[in-house]
Design a protein around this ligand. Structure first.
Ligand SMILES: Cc1cc2nc3c(=O)[nH]c(=O)nc-3n(C[C@H](O)[C@H](O)[C@H](O)COP(=O)(O)O)c2cc1C
Length: 231
């Protein structure tokens, strides 16, 4: 089949677009407003953008009332947000935190989640999530779309602090069979990541491989070596 979104009909009972790009990691984003009220919501239009410095983004559609979402408003106002890993164990709380409630309502409380303050930002984090990124807000890319929900705010942040619970580290690696991240598929489907497999690009130089790994230490060492050679 072939269709042109917005021009020709796909003819299916449900729109297939979001079901094509799967699984999407979940940006479970916590923020605080100017009054110090906590906010938490999941964003599956989420990913990392770079590793040195580490950058992340999430993309927030407007509400059905054409309002920008609380997470975006708070991140812009305070200049801070936290990404919490959404896990199998916390899946029900992830779902509850997605309810659209009035501005200022604390989704941590509604979902029965314990908080802990971010070390650098003071932003409330999901205590029981095994991995958290404290982020400094960098910029919003606002892309107009079709009303009411089509316009999006793509929010980009720099990761300034990373929390990893010791118990999910095995031989120095984050073990997904212990973290069990959940991710969005199409429709109302989710998946859970419990196993992985390794592949190394054949014939690749060490430089390319550390880029794939996202090794910022080796990136900076390579830069220093290149500058030494220039002198
Ligand atoms: C798993 C999951 C993923 C979601 N991903 C997005 C997303 O990427 N973008 C978006 O605008 N809304 C997304 N939503 C809906 C928001 O979580 C929901 O609108 C929420 O109320 C926004 O909260 P806020 O206004 O406190 O930021 C998602 C919901 C769920 C359950």
């Amino acid at each position: 089949m072939f269709y042109q979104p917005g021009i020709t009909d796909h003819g299916l009972p449900h729109d297939p677009f979001k079901a094509c790009v799967v699984p999407r990691p979940i940006g479970w984003i916590s923020t605080m407003n100017k009054k110090g009220q906590a906010n938490l919501a999941p964003y599956s239009q989420f990913n990392n953008l770079s590793f040195d410095p580490p950058l992340v983004m999430f993309s927030s559609n407007q509400t059905s009332q054409e309002n920008r979402k609380d997470t975006v408003v708070n991140a812009e106002q305070t200049g801070k947000f936290v990404w919490n890993l959404a896990t199998w164990d916390l899946r029900e709380a992830v779902n509850i935190s997605a309810e659209q409630v009035p501005y200022g309502v604390d989704e941590f409380e509604r979902a029965g989640l314990a908080k802990e303050p971010g070390t650098l930002t003071g932003i409330p984090m999901v205590r029981d999530s095994p991995i958290k990124f404290e982020c400094e807000y960098l910029s919003t890319l606002r892309i107009p779309g079709n009303a009411p929900m089509g316009s999006v705010d793509v929010v980009i942040g720099r990761v300034v602090g990373i929390h990893i619970k010791d118990e999910v580290l095995v031989n120095g690696l984050i073990e997904v069979s212990l973290t069990k991240p959940i991710a969005r598929c199409g429709y109302f489907q989710y998946t859970v990541v419990e196993k992985t497999f390794d592949m190394i690009i054949p014939g690749m130089s060490e430089d390319v491989l550390y880029g794939l790994e996202g090794n910022s230490r080796k990136n900076r060492e390579a830069d220093a070596r290149r500058k030494d050679l220039d002198v």
